[in-house]
Write a protein that binds this ligand. Sequence first.
Ligand code: SOE
Length: 379
Amino acid sequence: MPKDLNIGMLGYGFMGRAHSNAYAKVNHFFDSPYRPVLKAACGRDEAKVKAFAAQWGYESTETDWRKLIARPDIDAIDICTPNNLHKEIAIAAAEAGKMILCEKPLAMNAAEGLEMVEAIEKAGVANTVWYNYRRVPAVTLAKQLIDEGRLGRIYHYRANFLQDWTIAEDLPQGGQGLWRLDAAAAGSGVTGDLLAHCIDTALWLNGSFDTVSAMTETFVKQRQHNLTGKVEPVKIDDACTFMGRFKNGSLALFESTRYARGHKALYTFEINGEHASIQWDLHDLHRLNWFDHRDESIVRGWRSIHVTDHDMPYMDKWWVPGLQIGYEHSFVHQVADFLDNLGKGQSTAPTFRDALETQRVCDAVLESAASGQWVKVPG
Ligand code: SOE
């Protein structure tokens, strides 16, 4: 019988729902040593948090995160708040001996991230950061193919994360749903929100970055602020493009924007190696495109691998081959791995320390955009 793991969920927006769904489903599909129990949901708006708790089956609610952390019946804190609250909550939770599952990005910047890593490592609590795309089976398969050496030497890593939801000039900044446009709550714009995903995947698939050179742009310079009611300067980056070098000698070309009309969440990457290339696209997330130069020339070409067979990552836990799964399953996989690793006394990658490396790359990118200079990524 799996042991109970009591979850205290902080936040009830998009990610609160994505994570709650994962906790609810995981034991139906995975033989895990633990069973997440939806013990308490916490948020400042009592009516909203109660409605969320009722809909998702949380046993109780809190409106003060400090009370949630102090509760002896909570084992793990899931942080789904805006980014400016991650540090204080994570450090307090670690000091209270709670395990932590933190939404990405880890922090507002690398300095905050380092404080969090130090606190969590001192407390020795299990932790993970929700960079969920690593656990889309097609992406996990890409990792397997690279680790098996099938691509040979890597020459190029190209990634994009394109959206179009902030183009309207009358869209306000700040408050629920729009805090991502407010630098005081988000830290940065697309760099921390979207490029961070691309960077996390790249670190995992292709190793550390050496140097970066970036440019950012804020297309709409001022917006009404929902919290103050005033028109205020926009301090986030609406778009960010950077090039760089990885430590393995390959070249990086990354772009993200919320101003690519027609694209809602187009996360794509392409890796070109000595023998083979890989492409992946979030809009078609169950497929991995593969080109192998070593194939016989008359049948050589791009293959679209439908990642549903039972010998592909995670897929033996779902339906029969041919039937695909989606976005929400990447979160179920992360919980399943978290519970499995907990059984072995380990944290789950990306850990806080892994996510700090992503944060350092984001900081270097923003520093380069501000200075117009190449920047060496520390670490
Ligand atoms: C932004 O629109 C967003 O929701 C990000 O915050 C998520 O991390 C990304 O996965 C999808 O887009």
